[in-house]
Design a protein around this ligand. Structure first.
Ligand SMILES: [Fe+2]
Length: 267
């Protein structure tokens, strides 16, 4: 069998695994667990789709595009086991969900059918997705797939958050904004990160406003022009900004972010 046909067959087996694995877990008797896992299942499906879109735009080969989609589909597989075991998506309070995901995959028959080098590639990209930055020790292919996944993941986080915004600027589900208080305050550390064109740090989050600014600062870790295009088309950063109080610090931070995005289109 030629290589593309083998990859397609393995990928079909991977999709079947995802379907079976998640469907079985969604029969859990606890409603809260089912709700949380449903969100992750839908997130995985959307990240898979956007990963394919980004990969297509990068003019990758058909085999590479479906591999990018597969990585998107499987990147959060550890979330399911994590939530069932610990009832949280907080890695600090449980364990690293990317590492847990790779452990789950290595136990699956379909995964072991992939050539060793593909197994490595999938694992490395998943392990890179929730790090502050991609490991520079990785080779070019791993870097590319990791970047595609990180862009697609961010895009879905933005879209989900924006879709869950209430008119008053709060989120429909408290857990989205990490149950942070609605105080009207903005932490200077967050603004400092944005001025330095760095993604704001989770440990600096003190309010829902900080959380929104942190979301906006994720543009500094966006990799591809197509990702900026998608972001612009949906006006996701603008919608987050519109939900914030118009303090000078917020206006300045938004200006910095907007300029950064605009520069991506002229450079
Ligand atoms: Fe994740």
């Amino acid at each position: 069998m030629e290589e593309l046909a083998i990859v397609k067959e393995n990928i079909k087996a991977a999709h079947d695994f995802f379907e079976k694995y998640t469907t079985a877990l969604l029969k859990h008797p606890d409603r809260d667990i089912v709700d949380a896992l449903t969100l992750k299942r839908e997130h995985s499906l959307r990240v898979s789709k956007v990963s394919g879109l980004v990969a297509t735009n990068l003019m990758l080969e058909e085999e590479d595009i479906i591999l990018a989609e597969l990585i998107g589909l499987l990147h959060d597989i550890g979330r399911f086991e994590q939530f069932i075991q610990y009832q949280t998506f907080d890695d600090q309070k449980s364990e690293n969900h990317a590492e847990l995901g790779v452990k789950v995959l290595k136990e699956q028959a379909f995964f072991n059918e992939f050539a060793e080098e593909k197994q490595q590639l999938i694992s490395r990209a998943i392990l890179n997705h929730n790090k502050d930055a991609i490991s520079l020790k990785d080779d070019k292919m791993v870097m590319t797939y990791s970047q595609i996944l990180r862009d697609a993941d961010k895009f879905d986080i933005w879209e989900t958050c924006v879709n869950h915004l209430n008119r008053d600027g709060s989120f429909k589900i408290d857990a989205i904004s990490l149950s942070l208080p609605v105080t009207g305050l903005v932490n200077e550390e967050i603004v400092k990160s944005i001025k330095n064109q760095k993604q704001a740090r989770k440990q600096d989050l003190k309010s829902v406003n900080d959380f929104k600014l942190m979301l906006m600062s994720m543009v500094f870790d966006l990799n591809f022009r197509v990702s900026f295009q998608l972001l612009n088309e949906k006006q996701l950063i603008k919608k987050l900004y519109d939900s914030l109080p118009k303090k000078d610090t917020v206006i300045d931070a938004y200006r910095e972010i907007r300029l950064y995005i605009e520069n991506k289109f002229v450079s």
